[in-house]
Design a protein around this ligand. Sequence first.
Ligand code: CP
Length: 303
Amino acid sequence: MSSLVSIGQLDRVAVERLLRRAQSFLDDQQEGKENVRVKGTAVNLFFEPSTRTALSFQLAAQRLGVRVLDFTVENSSVTKGESLIDSLQTIDALGVDVAVIRHSENWPKLLEGEKFNLSLVNAGSGIHEHPTQALLDALTIRQHYGGFSGLKVAIVGDIYHSRVARSNAQLLGLLGAEVSFAGPEVFRKGDVAEHPWIDFEQAVSESDVVIMLRVQHERHRQLFDTANYNQHFGLNMSRLQQMKRNAIILHPGPVNRGVELTDDVLRDSRCKVLQQVTNGVAVRMAVLEWCLQGGSNEQLVSA
Ligand code: CP
């Protein structure tokens, strides 16, 4: 079985195949065609809250005909102290084919050296990676621009705490986009400080894609005051006027309304937040199909 734990596993050909496959699921759905059926059993292990990722993995599995086991961390033996490794070994011994995992820790690192028969899919690992979010963002950009080469992409906001920023910078860079970060200085530290940063006003006026990030209060030791955030680092209708005419706005969600984006920006046709959600199901179908078919796509690397 094959796993998708990191964008670093993928080369450009593999990414483009996954994006094409995801697009074909969307096209088939539009034309009312039946989805392919893939045999298998999946379980979603979410140690952190989620609406979009959890529901879209569940829906993706259902559309493929994959059985999803009913599991919640709160009602599991995790509450008795069972470790992630022990939980996964148990799930593996039960004969489950895929475990989709979201955790506040960099969980692939916790599993280093462990061997499992089942596939592991990363639905978010601490501040480190969110590969399927990056893939669905890439699909949304591809639908608008047809490609990535030479596109200017600005990722804005709470960069340091963002697995979305890290996965997107890696993926969109691989695909040929020019990726910059922008946002409050307090979020410019550690590994992300080594990436190119630009001024927020420049990000707004020169970018083809602006990816706004949620301020992740749950990951901050000290409270970050967002009272004037929108004025300095958020999008509102006046900033929208400064953007390129064809530029688009992405946000992984959930949005802190009035902070990263105002209500009227969320309603604007250039804001693709709900299209991202729709694309998330198709991308996760492509990823689950690939995992369950044993990584038949030779360009995708086994973890
Ligand atoms: N984008 C994202 O991961 O959203 P959820 O936390 O709702 O899954």
